[in-house]
Ligand binder design. Sequence first.
Ligand SMILES: Cc1ncc(COP(=O)(O)O)c(C=O)c1O
Length: 376
Amino acid sequence: MINKISFLPWVKSLAKYDLGKGVRSVAELSNTNEKNIIKLASNENPFGVSPKVKAFVEDFTHELNRYPDADSYLLRSGIAKNLNISSDQIFLGNGSNDVLDYIARICLSPGSSAIFSKYSFAVYSLATNACGAEAIEVPVDTDFRPNLERLADSVKANTRVIFIANPNNPTGIYVPLKEIVAFLDNVSESVLVVLDEAYFEYIEDEQIKSINLLSSYPNLFITRSFSKAYGLAGLRLGYGIGSAEVVSFLNRLRQPFNANSIAQGAALIALKDKNFLQDSIARNKLLRENLEKELSVLALEFLPSKGNFILVNFSNRVDSDSNSGIGQIVFERLLRKGIITRPVSNYGLPDWLRISIGTETEMSSLLKTLKSLFAS
Ligand SMILES: Cc1ncc(COP(=O)(O)O)c(C=O)c1O
């Protein structure tokens, strides 16, 4: 019977999003206690959440029978106040993935196209393909930096969206905002430019603020997340910031309760706890710099990252006669030691692994293991 159903032809060719290995399945496979597994695979905040958020969530039992505030009034007002913009410029989603998906759905359909750099965050091609639109991948420079001129030159008459992750996942590469400004000047206002800033809080030293560009570029839309530096990945909350017109289109498609009540309340508290945020950012920076230093000692190539992860190339340190890719071999060796990292062969990088920054203890275990595998 099932084969009588006319499924959308472009959905047939979609692959499921590869989420990497979870702690529970690895613990079960290796017969290890979950507590001993080190997860450096999903770019989460290893330091947990603000103690104020924890207390709020533990106490949140009284309103579970009620639907959330469909307009997320308090949280949108809180974010708007923080950014000094109007709350009708803010759109909330069930993670920023949800926001990216809605963006694709308001702009893309069969016959249109979206553009992004090679090695960009996987969700851009998924969201584009899910709408039956063409995904145009633009080659990067040899140092993996996105080539913004090439990106602008690739715009076709049917191009509706350009996605840029800054910093990008999985490469970690950050493009200074003055280059983004030059790019925006080069792109037609009819194309929505999505600047994905999921790792925004980890960026230092920027003179220009992307938010300030919104008034000059109505076709700019910025997405951010509570999953990374704020540590709320499990609650699923992300947001988009753009012109009130773009937000009003997103709201026409939005599921009424796509931001749940615990996430709304927790995010508002997380926004206000600057101490937890600053502490997480500072520790991440120290640990990332230390990992970079140790990788250099081990003669392992890596890309400069502004995020809470590093992309490492193992091709000059491992001989392989298998087809599975060197990244997969190292991934499995680390897994046997209870450390989960992220292979990136799905990005066309079979020799590389993406390693998230963990706690101080987790990073010293990782380094000990890397040294035992690669010190010559
Ligand atoms: C660049 C980038 N954008 C967006 C997301 C989505 O994050 P979330 O849906 O948890 O907000 C991620 C998650 O890893 C990411 O790396």
